[in-house]
Write a protein of this length. Sequence first.
Length: 164
Amino acid sequence: MATKKKKKSANLTDELKESANKIWLAGLGALSMAESEGSKLFSTLVEKGRALDVETTTDALKARATKLSKSARKGADVTLDSVEKSVEATVSKTLGRLGIPSKDQVRELSAQVRALSKRLDEVGAGGKTTRRKTAKKKKKKVTRKAAKKSKTRGRSTGARKKKK
């Protein structure tokens, strides 16, 4: 296994040496052509180098601007989230102080109402009529008491008049 790693690193080293050698030879060849072709070729190479430099600089600036905009967006999202949570907490506290139930409380109450409605449906119509009869009985008791009071009041006033 160690020999395989040594072979791979030796191959990689050889490839790097070969690439560096080719670059060196290309540079020498360019210099030789520049000498033989004169200043015309040299000027052409300088112009190509400038164009490549501008493209590289432009690409670098674009990449940096993209990176900065992503960073700014991320920071803005984090800030927006924290502000949103803060506002929600403040509004929730204020509504609680005013006695207005929160979403969770309304959901809980709705669930309780559904459960009670289900129980009432299970009991059926019998439970509803019982409540009506009870309410009617209470009304009758109240009216009977009122009638007794009015009879008693009438007698007491009548008795007072006769005594005079």
